[in-house]
Ligand binder design. Sequence first.
Ligand code: SF4
Length: 450
Amino acid sequence: MCGVCGVYNFENAAEMLYLGIFALQHRGQDNAGMAVWDGQEVRIHKDRGLVFDIFQPGVLQSLPGRIGIGHTRYPTAGDSSMANAQPHYADTSRGRMVIVSNGDITNMLEQTRLLKSRGFTPYGSNDAEVIVATVAYHYEQTGDPARAISLMMDEIRGSYSAILLFNGDLYVFRDPLGIRPLAMGSLDGRWLFASESCAIETMGGAFMREVAPGELVIVTPQGLNSTQLKKSERLAHCVFEHIYFSRPDSVIFGESVAQKRFMLGQRLAGEHPARADLVMPVPDSSNNAALGFSRESGLPYKLALIRSHYIGRTFIGSTQAIRDFAVRLKFNPDRSLINGKRLAVVDDSIVRGTTSNKIMRMLREAGAREIHLRIASPPIAHSCFYGVDTPRRSELIASAKSVAQIRDFVGVDSLGYLSLPGLRSCLSRPDDYCYACLTGDYPVPPPNLK
Ligand code: SF4
């Protein structure tokens, strides 16, 4: 889960990128970075932390230029150290190639070995470094960046939504399965790219369309050019972009995220009605699903759990003890709404179950008489290998426990998950999605199952 952004021909590219990656902060809070081309050379700045903290005015002024790329990072492959912070680069005989990418490649070890056997060693072990090193290698062989990207796509498997900056031109491309999103937009005839349409709008632009799976969009002084480099027999959009990751004000895979979540909640209420006094979300990613549940069930919608927005994921991540403490910092129940009530609580998913358990305990302490937990997705029983930091399979509570056992573990009176057919029925093109963490049916062989 990362956010990428690219801007072309703006008076101050760094300021535009700031707006873009700020709007993508929810996709990664560990590191952020930018690369800006000033017409002669490319300057890179990246650091640990939030966009707001890293890109103070002095830093933005040190990145002059009209063309640039930006990134916010949540660690998946590799750790959260600066060595893995993006943008990454590879030097060629005709200039430096710089890349930002969202996703995970599944054949990284083999590809790194292949590159080394060709005498072309990536600087580090991050998947974006392997992508840019592979493109750079083929560029040295062919002298054609587009051909080099096409050859990279032949070799690299997995997910990547990427923007490459090379001598002032932008190369924007997406893996043939279209696993992660990538939007393009315009502002006064100039081009903007971002993981989500909400970032295009935050930059003041108009969302136009998504970069298609397997497509390469090239922006040069001569204009914008598009080539369909690869065509896959199937698509595999990440269904969790709709369930959880993306911002609700984005259009992802051609569909409004807020509208999809509302539909998931409606369908959930139909599948698992609850005898309750009110319905409440676990904010914020479940707000729209709870609204849908409320509409379908007729139960009043109450914001009975308040979320603090001043806590980053960096803090949440590392150990179980820190995660426990962070749940208290993040959520506080409104006793005046909860005391003596039967609650229908809507959440988007359950991962380990430990966070759900703590929230439900808080609700009991606030006086909840009954808790009926409703989950707007099927159980997550398998790990993700395409850019989402799900834990090892053994840590996923649904990999080993039944729904009844999970109900007891999280401490609720009843538990209902949306069914897979229910989830599919809410999507306009359900066959175009990846459901691997729900079903174990991986569209690209994961590293340890080959
Ligand atoms: Fe998304 Fe799950 Fe597929 Fe990963 S495995 S891409 S989280 S649907």
